[in-house]
Design a protein around this ligand. Structure first.
Ligand code: APR
Ligand code: ZN
Length: 209
């Protein structure tokens, strides 16, 4: 809502009131026919003609300056809430701290069943050389296409409904090779390039990144 001043935002939700009734503004408790009780900073003076407005949907009347003061006191997201009846004008947002929300659709083998994820985060190793970096780039493509993991039965542990590696081998052990998924393994980079190709991910894909 770049460029919109608080007064412009508030006015979007207001209708003009030429002859205010003999009632008080419930924000400042002063007569609607007189000036707003609010003289705070950021509240510019307004002409007599537009000193009172009617909220378009609920019809409640307020001093324009009172609504602007109320707006300035909130998180200024372009929305306005009638303080009398709580009708919301525009799209109200909050101040929730940052985070991530995920949901799972009916995609894995037993859609309604909860699944586990063992050993996460899983850490993998690649040599920092030209071919290793190429494999990394292709693994990033595979991740974006959701091809690194699946949900199923782990052949290592026998557990069902759990997150498992999916056809593309990763090196999860460093400095020893007790699991068979560590180095040294001189054929690894070539093998994983073949596995990636079987998933439709080849060097040509790099141009599409
Ligand atoms: N590292 C890399 N690949 C593995 C590992 C491992 N530790 N274990 C299995 N794989 C490979 C297998 O060779 C197979 O191709 O993943 C494929 C699926 O095997 P599962 O045993 O079903 O996979 P998952 O249950 O995900 O692996 C179990 O991996 O990271 C660890 O904590 C995890 O020790 C657990 C093991
Ligand atoms: Zn209202």
């Amino acid at each position: 809502r770049k460029g919109k001043t608080p007064e412009e935002v508030v006015k979007r939700y207001l209708q003009k009131v030429r002859n205010p009734p003999e009632e008080d503004c419930t924000i400042c408790m002063e007569a609607l026919g007189g000036p707003s009780g609010y003289k705070g900073p950021g509240v510019a003076s307004v002409s007599r003609a537009e000193s009172v407005g009617r909220l378009a949907q609920c019809g409640h009347l307020y001093h324009l300056q009172c609504l602007v003061a109320m707006y300035n006191n909130g998180n200024k997201d372009g929305s306005l809430q009638c303080p009398t009846c709580k009708t919301i004008y525009g799209v109200k947002t909050g101040n929730q701290p940052p985070g991530k929300m995920e949901y799972h659709g009916p995609e894995h083998p037993n859609p309604q069943k909860p699944f586990t994820a063992r050993g996460f985060p899983r850490h993998c190793y690649l040599p920092d050389n030209e071919k290793g970096r190429k494999v990394l780039r292709l693994l990033l493509v595979a991740w974006d296409r959701r091809l690194i993991f699946s949900v199923g039965t782990s052949s290592t542990t026998g557990e069902s409904d759990t997150v498992i590696w999916n056809e593309v081998h990763h090196k999860t052990e460093f400095g020893s090779n007790l699991t068979g998924h560590g180095f040294p393994d001189s054929g690894y980079l070539d093998n994983v390039l073949v596995e990636l190709k079987a998933q439709g991910i080849t060097e040509d894909e790099e141009q599409h990144l």
